[in-house]
Ligand binder design. Structure first.
Ligand SMILES: [Zn+2]
Length: 346
């Protein structure tokens, strides 16, 4: 894996564009990491993945804890790893424990031995050795270390414990890794504490990692807090390495809201200018019918449209960074979105 920053925006946003060279693909950043359920995006089957824009849609987040209920990790290993099992040899699989839907971190049940997750198969305690066994069998392109993620409302004492455990588990994961951290993203935690975020980022930077995963967001922190937390953490990370930010709220709702206001017998597309599979093949009236009869195909078609727009949104971000227009674009986007949501509420 190689990463190079290609452009840094001069404005207050500190945005940067880069190129990630990994597994024979060149991925421009910032890029969207698609979340998955057992390796595939929810509602998008393997054959339909090809309808999403490439190479933007090659990055998939896989959650090792999803595979604790089966198949056995040895079976995945015997098949040759997750790429082979999923039939996705060209996709870039980035593993990180826990997500915000199926496999939630439960900090109150975590202890000094490992992190606890609430999964469809029950509550599981995952030790660094269990986690690395999964990673070694799954063979993702990159993997985030095991972390003790805590919500924003925990005490400072518990937050400190979270940072200390996360650093200790990072060292344990690297010690157990066949590649000694060459494909590792060190997780940065610290809750809402600016000081602890800085401390954790500084300490993780000292380890032999190829990039960073900024975790512990989306657990009770406000959007304003999130900006300060990210500023603090990113300021302590080396600029030449890639970073992944998890659980950020993005404006998907805008598209969902526009879809849910479908009008029956409307033979137009969801978005006239959209080149996605859904808009090219189906009308609003058909989608409205599918929603009314609770047909699962509605979710599949909407997921394809929404994912397509997320990927185009990131392409727009990259283009505005390259042309030095990012600050203005961001301000205009936030302003337009507020106006849109206000009008939708009325
Ligand atoms: Zn579309």
């Amino acid at each position: 894996m190689r990463f190079a920053v290609t452009k840094v925006c001069g404005g207050g946003a500190k945005a940067r564009a880069g190129m990630l060279q990994i597994a024979g693909s060149n991925i421009e950043t910032p890029a969207l990491l698609l979340s998955t359920r057992k390796g595939l995006p929810a509602f998008v089957s393997r054959d339909l993945l090809a309808s999403l824009p490439l190479p933007d849609s090659l990055l998939l987040h896989v959650c090792p804890t999803h595979f604790m209920e089966g198949p056995p990790s040895k079976t995945i290993s015997n098949i040759g790893g997750l790429h082979h099992m999923l039939g996705l040899p060209d996709h870039i699989l980035i593993a990180a424990a826990g997500d915000s839907i199926e496999s939630l971190p439960t900090s109150e049940a975590s202890n000094k031995f490992g992190a606890s997750f609430e999964t469809p198969a029950g509550r599981r305690l995952v030790k660094p050795s269990d986690y690395m066994e999964l990673i070694s069998c799954m063979k993702p392109n990159l993997w985030a270390s095991l972390a003790d993620e805590v919500p924003a409302w925990v005490t400072e004492k518990r937050n400190k414990v979270s940072v200390e455990r996360t650093l200790r588990w990072l060292d344990a994961c690297i010690a157990l890794d066949e590649d000694s951290g060459a494909n590792t993203l060190g997780v940065v935690v610290g809750g809402s504490s600016i000081e602890l975020r800085k401390l954790c980022a500084t300490e993780v930077s000292k380890r032999n990692v190829s990039g960073f995963w900024i975790g512990g967001l989306g657990f009770g922190d406000s959007p304003e807090e999130r900006c300060s937390i990210l500023d603090a953490a990113v300021g302590c990370l080396p600029p030449e390495k890639p970073r992944v930010v998890s659980r950020l709220g993005l404006p998907g709702l805008v598209f969902q809201v526009s879809v849910m206001s479908l009008v029956q017998k409307d033979t137009s597309r969801i978005v006239d200018s959209c080149s996605c599979f859904t808009c090219q093949n189906h009308t609003r009236a058909y989608l409205n019918h599918l929603l009314n009869v609770h047909e699962m195909l509605a979710q599949i078609l909407l997921e394809i449209h929404n994912t397509h727009h997320y990927l185009c949104f990131f392409r727009l971000i990259r283009d505005t960074i390259k042309t030095g227009q990012f600050d203005r674009f961001r301000q205009q986007f936030v302003q337009d979105r507020r106006a849109y949501l206000a009008a939708a509420v009325i």
